[in-house]
Design a protein around this ligand. Structure first.
Ligand code: DC
Length: 193
């Protein structure tokens, strides 16, 4: 079974997807980490990107910490707009999820990577709430994060290649004011597990 969790940055995807995978006993795939690693590569299409035991390896180099910097966020958003990079990442993601049960988080899991996913959830949250969460996580100023977030959201939503939109059969879940446990419980209910 595949559970697709898509949505904008700061909607709680990573925390929710990781917790949902644990609750369901499924494996977890963070596709954003792959775009982040690609953004650091000299050649994002040919790059050898591996996710193992919570670590991210780029051509054999551990970039787990480096992919979380604000600069890496910016580079990931730029590289994610390139169709040839998306094609390479989607192929890798499909190969990873070819066997077993997965909770996969990203922007295009339900629309492109796994359109046959049994459950598609599109997580959203109020923009200021998203910026507040992100700022707290990174120790940055909320207003600064809010401005950068608006630019990245706009780029992710309006790019020609796989823009960030919910799949027609996705269930939208607004996480503003909900606890992680409440969101995970809802996903378990929806997954029928
Ligand atoms: O979820 P994240 O912030 O780690 O994602 C990093 C960037 O990669 C972000 O700009 C959106 C992009 N991305 C994407 O285009 N498609 C995905 N499936 C996952 C992430």
């Amino acid at each position: 079974m595949i559970v697709a969790i898509d949505g904008p940055a700061g909607a709680g995807k990573s925390t929710v997807a990781r917790a949902a995978a644990r609750a369901l006993g499924f494996q977890y795939l963070d596709t954003g980490a792959m775009y982040r690693a690609a953004g650091l590569a000299d050649d994002p299409v040919a790059a050898d990107i591996r996710l193992a035991d919570g670590r991210v390896l780029l051509d054999g180099r551990d970039v787990t910490a480096e992919i979380r910097t604000p600069e890496a966020s910016e580079r990931a958003s730029v590289v994610a707009a390139r169709p040839e990079v998306r094609a390479a990442m989607v192929a890798k993601q499909r190969a990873i999820m070819a066997t077993g049960d997965w909770v996969a988080e990203g922007r295009d899991i339900g629309t492109v990577v796994a359109p046959d996913a049994e459950l598609k959830v599109f997580l959203t949250a109020d923009p200021r709430e998203r910026a507040r969460r992100r700022a707290a996580e990174l120790g940055l100023d909320v207003e600064h994060v809010l401005r950068e977030q608006a630019l990245r959201d706009e780029r992710d939503r309006t790019r020609a290649a796989s823009p960030l939109v919910p799949a027609p059969d996705a269930i939208e879940l607004d996480t503003t004011g909900l606890t992680i446990d409440e969101v995970v419980d809802r996903i378990r209910e929806l997954a029928g597990c």
